[in-house]
Design a protein around this ligand. Sequence first.
Ligand SMILES: NC(=O)c1ccc[n+]([C@@H]2O[C@H](COP(=O)([O-])OP(=O)(O)OC[C@H]3O[C@@H](n4cnc5c(N)ncnc54)[C@H](O)[C@@H]3O)[C@@H](O)[C@H]2O)c1
Length: 382
Amino acid sequence: MLVPLSIALIGQKFMGRAHSNAWRQVARFFDVPFEPILHTVAGRDARELEAFAERWGWARATCDWQEIALDESIALVDIGTPNHVHAEQAIAMLEAGKHVACEKPLAGTLSDARAMRDAAKRAKKAKTFVWFNYRRCPAVALAQRLVAEGRIGRLYHVRAHYLQEWGAPSTPFSWRYSKKVAGSGAHGDLNAHIVDMARFVSGDEIAEIHGAVAPTFVKERVDAGTKKKAKCDVDDAVLFLASFVGGAVASFEASRLAAGHQNDNFLELNGSKGSLRFSFEDMNLLHFLDATGDARTAGWTRIMCTKGGAHPYAANWWPDAHVLGYEHGFTNMAADILRVLGKQAPEAPLPDFEDAYQTQRVLEAALVSARERCAIKLSEVK
Ligand SMILES: NC(=O)c1ccc[n+]([C@@H]2O[C@H](COP(=O)([O-])OP(=O)(O)OC[C@H]3O[C@@H](n4cnc5c(N)ncnc54)[C@H](O)[C@@H]3O)[C@@H](O)[C@H]2O)c1
C-alpha cells in the first residue's frame, strides 16, 4: 500500500491540465513512495473549475486559494498560475508548512523571486520545486550525464534557442502580453527554459551577459473579451550573448514571432572532445558527436533515448522507440518530486527555488543589458 499524499493545484488551464495528468499517471508508471491524492483545485471561474475538477478527478474545487493554506491535510501545493501571483501564493503555502511545486519562471520579477527564495530558506521542513520540465526529457537528462562524465571535454560553446510563432499581430491580448502580470514576454516564457537547460546540462553558471536586445514588435492587441485595444509592454523576442564561469561562450535566443517555428526548443554544446545537440520537436533524440575517434568515420550519432536501463526514465515507459511526448516530461518530474519527498534520489536533479532564482538572475541581467546597452556581470545582480 502506497502512502497517500494530498495535493492541491492552483490554476486550471494549460499547466493545470499538464500537471493534473502527471499526478494521475505517476504512480501507475513509477514505483514512487507516495500515491498522490488530488485533494483540491483552485482557480477563478467557478463554473470552469467544477467541470475541470470532475474531468480530472480533483475531489474539491474552490475559488479561494487561501483556503488551501488552512487545510492541514494538504502536503504539497502545485502552482500553475500567471507569474505575478507565484510569490504571494508560494510564500503563503511555505509559511503554512507545505511543500511547493511552482511553475516557471519562478516569478515575474527578480524581487518576487528573491522573496520566494528567502521564504523557502525560512521554511526549513518544506521542499520547493520548479517545473522546468524540459530537464526531464530523457535526451536532456542523458546530455547532462554525458557532460558530467566528461564525454564532450572542455566546454567551448553553448547555443540555445527557443522559438515560437504564435505572437502575430492578430493574436488577441492575454496576460502573457502584460508586464504587470507576466514580468516579461518571450524572455521569461522561453529563455527561462533554455537558461535552465544550459545551466543544468553544462553544470556551469553564467558569469556575464555581454549584450542583449529585447524588442516589442507588436505594441497593442485586441482584447478578445472587451474588444478594445490593450497595450503590450513585454518583449516579443530577447536575444543575448553570455559567458560561463568556466569560460564557455553562449548565445540565447527567444521569440514568439519566428514564423515556421512552433515549439523549437534547441540546445547545442560544443566541447574539446565532442558535441551534443537536442531539439524538442524531435524530443526522443539526442545527437552526439565524438570528436576523439577515427576522423574517417567521425560524425553525428543519432541516439533514440528510449532504451530502458540505458536512458533516464525510459524503463518506466514503453519498449524501445515507442516514443514519449510532451506530457511525459511532467510525469517524470512528478515522479522525481515524490521520490525527493520520500527521501529517495531523483532520476535527474530537480531545480528548487534557490536554483530557479539563479536562472531568474540571468534573465534579469539580460533585460538590464538590453535596457542599458552594456555588459552586465552576474555578480552585480543580487
Ligand atoms: N513548464 C512549461 O513548459 C510551461 C508552459 C506554459 C506555461 N507555463 C507557466 O505556467 C504558469 C501558468 O501558465 P498557463 O499557460 O497555464 O496559463 P493559463 O492562462 O492557461 O492558466 C492560468 C490559470 O491560473 C488561474 N489564475 C489566474 N490568476 C489567478 C489567481 N490570482 N488566483 C488563482 N488562480 C488564478 C486562471 O484561472 C487559470 O486557470 C505560468 O507561470 C507560465 O509561465 C509553463
